[in-house]
Structure formats: C-alpha cells, structure tokens
Write a protein that binds this ligand. Structure first.
Ligand code: GLU
Length: 330
C-alpha cells in the first residue's frame, strides 16, 4: 500500500468558515468565525485521502484582501510547497475574490505540486451547505497525482477550474463559479477526473517568483459606461501605475473619456483596454487606435485578471511592447 500524501491546509476565512443563527440562514450569517481545525473536524472522512496539517493564516472576508494579503498567502504557500514532505496545499478562502488570489498564486508559485483554493456559498450551519463537500473535494484534488502540473486550481460544486479562467458569476447560488471555456474536470466520490489542461504558461513557466516579490505596483480598474465623468477617470488614474479600462463590449471607450485616458497615458500611466463583459477577446487597434494612443489591450483576460497580470508585469517591464506580450502569453 502506498503512503497517503501529506496535504497542508491553510485557513483564511470566508463563508466556508461562517456560521448562521439557524439552518435557514443560507445567505445571512457571520463569515470567518470557524477555525480551520473546527472546519476539518466536520469531515473526518478526509483522513482517508491524506494526512492533513492545518494552520490558520488569516481569518477575514476575502473582500478585504489587498495586494499585501496576496503576498502573505503566496509566501506561506511557497514555504509549505518547498518542504519535501508536503505534497500539496489547500487554501480555504472567501468566494468573493477566490478568482483573484488563485490567479495570483497560479502566476507566482514555483512548484508543480497541486494548490487548490476552495470556498463555499453556504456556511456549514445552513441547509444543503456546500462547505464540507467542497472542502473534501478540494482535498481529494490536492492529494491526487493527476492534479500535478496544472497550476492553481479552484474546486467548487464538483468542478475543477483553472485559476486563470475561473470567475464568480452569481452572488448566492451553489453553481456560482464558471470558466469561459468550461472547467478542467470534475471531482466525484473523492477522485478528480481531468479532461483538459491549462494551455497558457503558469507557475514554473512564468518569470514572477513569489519569493522575490516585495511590494506591488498600484493598478486600478475603471468600469466604463456612458455617464461616467471624466473627472472620475482622472482621479482613479492619477495615483496608479496602470489603469485597466473595463470598456463596454469590445473595449469601447465613450468619446468624452478619450481625452482623460490619453492624458493619463502621456503622463506614464499604462492604460489597458479590457471588456466589462468579462468574456472574449479585445481586438488591438480594433475599436480604438491603440498604437497611436500608446494603450495596451487585454487578450481575453477579464478586468480583474488583467489587473493582476499588469501588476506583476510592471514589476519587470516598463516597455509597452513587452507588457503587451504578457497578455498574449499568460
Ligand atoms: N465575505 C465572504 C468572503 O470572504 C463572503 C463570500 C463567501 O465566502 O462565499 O468573500
């Protein structure tokens, strides 16, 4: 019989650590109150999958996570992955921003060991909570050899998603997570089934290492709409190194916002045209003359993913051509 894998479990809070007053409280409850040991106690069957080593790193809603939280989580995960007797890491996390933390780890960890970020849409105290099954599934994925080399994964609702693509697309339903090209696979009865692999570069193939990252440059997002005031664009862009403009449709920019965005670009703020649809390609020099304005465009990254990618890219490049290539590679 082969030895069981050793999986480190990091608690950070969220609904998976939440508690409601009554079983009917599926949406109104306190978040981030159960410790990671308590959460794991509710799934004794997980002991058959792996030897678990739990630790509480944070205990807060993921809506509070800034760049410093991402760095802290990443550095701790990297320390654990570097230990020869650790085979994988599971992070329990609020679902609100799981897609951002997971993508940050996907781009900065230097290991092929599985890292799985997991949350729940209903607290463990609620009727038909997804907390214990999601966590059991996440442990099963982290413990399985087929998960190696796939970068950071998000497990929810019996699906395995790549961190690059996954996004939260519903505020309360159990099937809240989707990837534009579908999940990588399913998990059922404690076993992952993969059908696809991530094709864009990640983890060991990226130039960013969590071990050497210290402070991250400020990149902000502006959500575009026709009534948006140019003063808002000026204000948000003025303190940033980069600005993701989440335009309508194919990254369209309202006529009265061209001037403030061009002014920001002239002052050295990197403007990236993205789409507020959260899906599809933004065509360079399509709806705007990006070359003329000195703007960048995303490939298919939604504004949240684009913010993280540009943040990391700016730690190494200032040249617009090199920065543009980053969107095509990751
Ligand atoms: N505040 C929570 C968070 O950490 C709520 C969402 C959840 O975990 O489902 O994101």
């Amino acid at each position: 019989m082969t030895a069981k894998p050793n999986i480190a479990v990091i608690g950070t809070g969220g609904t998976i650590a939440g508690k409601g007053e009554a079983v009917v409280n599926t949406a109104a409850y306190l978040c981030s109150v159960l410790g990671i040991d308590e959460i794991l106690e509710s799934i004794p069957d997980a002991a058959a999958l792996a030897n678990l080593r739990a630790e509480q790193l944070l205990q807060t809603g993921s809506e509070n996570f800034g760049n410093e939280h991402l760095l802290a989580i990443g550095k701790r995960v990297a320390q654990l992955l570097a230990q020869p007797d650790i085979d994988g890491v599971v992070i329990t996390h609020g679902t609100d921003t799981i897609e951002e933390t997971a993508y940050f780890l996907h781009l900065t960890l230097k290991s092929t060991k599985p890292v799985v970020v997991v949350g729940a849409m209903r607290p463990p105290s609620a009727m038909s909570s997804d907390a214990s099954l999601n966590l059991y599934d996440a442990l099963a994925v982290a413990a399985h050899p087929s998960s190696h080399g796939n970068g950071t994964l998000v497990v929810a609702n019996s699906e395995i998603h790549t961190a690059r693509d996954v996004m939260k697309g519903n505020s309360f339903k159990l099937e809240a997570f989707r990837s534009p090209y579908g999940p990588l696979g399913y998990v059922i009865e404690g076993r992952p089934h993969f059908y696809r692999r991530p094709s864009r570069a990640h983890t060991v193939e990226t130039p960013w290492s969590i071990d050497t990252l210290v402070a991250l440059p400020k990149v902000d997002i502006v959500y575009g709409y026709g009534a948006l005031g140019s003063n808002v664009v000026d204000f948000i862009g003025s303190g940033a190194h980069g600005l993701i403009y989440a335009g309508t449709g194919n990254g369209n920019v309202a006529a009265h916002l061209l001037e403030p965005l061009r002014r920001l670009a002239e002052r050295g703020v990197l403007i990236v045209r993205a789409s507020r649809t959260g899906n599809g390609i933004v065509l360079r020099n399509g709806s705007q003359p990006d070359d003329e304005y000195g703007w960048l465009t995303v490939d298919d990254q939604n504004p949240l993913k684009a913010r993280l990618l540009l943040t990391l890219a700016l730690t190494q490049h200032s040249d617009a051509r090199a920065l543009q290539q980053v969107f095509a590679r990751y």
